[in-house]
Write a protein that binds this ligand. Sequence first.
Ligand code: MLT
Length: 412
Amino acid sequence: MIKVNENFSKLQESYLFSEIAKKVKQYETEHPDANVIRMGIGDVTRPICEASIKAMHSAVDDMGDSATFHGYGPEQGYRFLTECISRFDYAERGIQISSDEIFVSDGAKSDTGNIGDILSINNKVAVTDPVYPVYVDTNVMAGRAGEMTYEGKWSNIIYMPCTIENNFIPELPTSIPDVIYLCYPNNPTGTTLTKSQLKKWVDYALANKALILFDSAYEAYIQEDDVPHSIYEIEGAKKCAIEFRSFSKTAGFTGLRCGYTIVPKELTGYNENGEPVMLNKLWNRRQCTKFNGASYITQRAAEATYTDMGRKQIKETISYYMRNAKILRDGVEAIGLKAFGGINAPYVWVKTPEGLNSWEFFNKLLNECNIVGTPGVGFGPSGEGYFRLTAFGSYENTCEAVERMKKLNHKY
Ligand code: MLT
């Protein structure tokens, strides 16, 4: 008889963004004339930059000629791409990351979800709360999360609340975790840590032999100087952190799929005897077994984002979204609601009006303004009473959404 992984039965029926998509679809079926503005899932809307489009056309031609055809590529990514990553994303910031510490993949979602493969089931995991649901759900699937409690928390996960009360800066946990997920600039709150605030975490991880899983998928949105783009800007981080990056938000690859993970060679975990084990070796072994590399065409597109033209075009797109973020944040504040984020990130985190929880505000915005956002509680219990809006829409829709919100039938 086939036995299933029982951990899946502990999960909520569907993934947060699938749940929202279902609700919106139902609303649209019942209101076929509604012009719904989507600001829920953080999916980009601007086209991929011309430099990458050109590179893909040429890569397609390569595939049609036996002299330039590419079959299976290196599981870790083509050298032409890893060298660009090493030079432009790291060396230019004074960080030395070699090609064999870079693992190109189909995106940060897969990598942050799969990284648990190389970590013991007995690790104690800590997450900021609210949090990108992939970190928690994949630990539930693996059996590391324990049971769901009445507070909406998993019994074996350490939650580090990030709310107005602590200015969205997580405090060091009172019980010591083995694995700590950090995402900065943060999804969903759009808030950041300064270098000295991040250093506290690196020092803590080093002192406690803990691993930081650092998701910096939104680093390209950073505008302020004191906000680190990479955890490796902090001394000692190579000994305690894995970093995840993505071309999705940086270069509009949400539909194309490409990202990468840095596993420094000096980073070790420990076996049952307390002996150090190189995590780089384990991740390489995992990738070689379960992954055949991102496609050649995709990697050529990613490489083109590092050309002068590519960098310029990407910057323009990011400025476009950041203008939206400012319009959104100002617009939300103008109607009397508190807004956070949106300065170094494409997300604006809104305190819901007095008396409305996250889902009630979701329904209100959908019904009264035909705007879709994401209920904060979907990201964790401390997200209750908050709401996320993304700046990834068009400029016109962002302005229109702000106008519609002004007409919300509520006193703030
Ligand atoms: C989000 O809306 O949080 C993101 O789009 C999710 C993702 O990048 O997978």
